[in-house]
Structure formats: structure tokens, C-alpha cells
Write a protein that binds this ligand. Sequence first.
Ligand code: ZN
Length: 74
Amino acid sequence: MGKLLVLVLLVVIAVWLIKRALRASSGADPAVKKPIQGELVTCARCGLNLPREEAREAGGVLFCSEEHARLGRS
Ligand SMILES: [Zn+2]
């Protein structure tokens, strides 16, 4: 009977540890739900929306990448 009690106790501890691990991994995940900071701008070449700080400016127009800035407006 004593062995059964230990087994039950181990199962309860295991379930508790798994639940805790799942809560920790799903609760603290700021990388997935990162809010978009700053204003969104549109690439003049492909129309992609991206944060202002990630955009490249060329000739007073905003682009999503160095390549699109080089290619210019579509
Ligand atoms: Zn683009």
C-alpha cells in the first residue's frame, strides 16, 4: 500500500510540473505578440506595410528594402 501511495504522489508531482512548464512557456512569450511600434508606412515599390523605422527612404519616397529603394517606384 505504501508503494501505491508513493506512485500516486509521483504522478501528482509529474502532472503539476508539466502544467507549470506549459503555463510558463505559453504565458511569457513577448516575442510572438510583439506590438507594432511607431507608424506603418507603405513601400512605394511593392506596397508592403512596415514600421517607419525599418523603411528605407530614397528621393522622398519610402521603400521596404534597400533593393526596392534602388529599383525606385513601380
Ligand atoms: Zn518593397
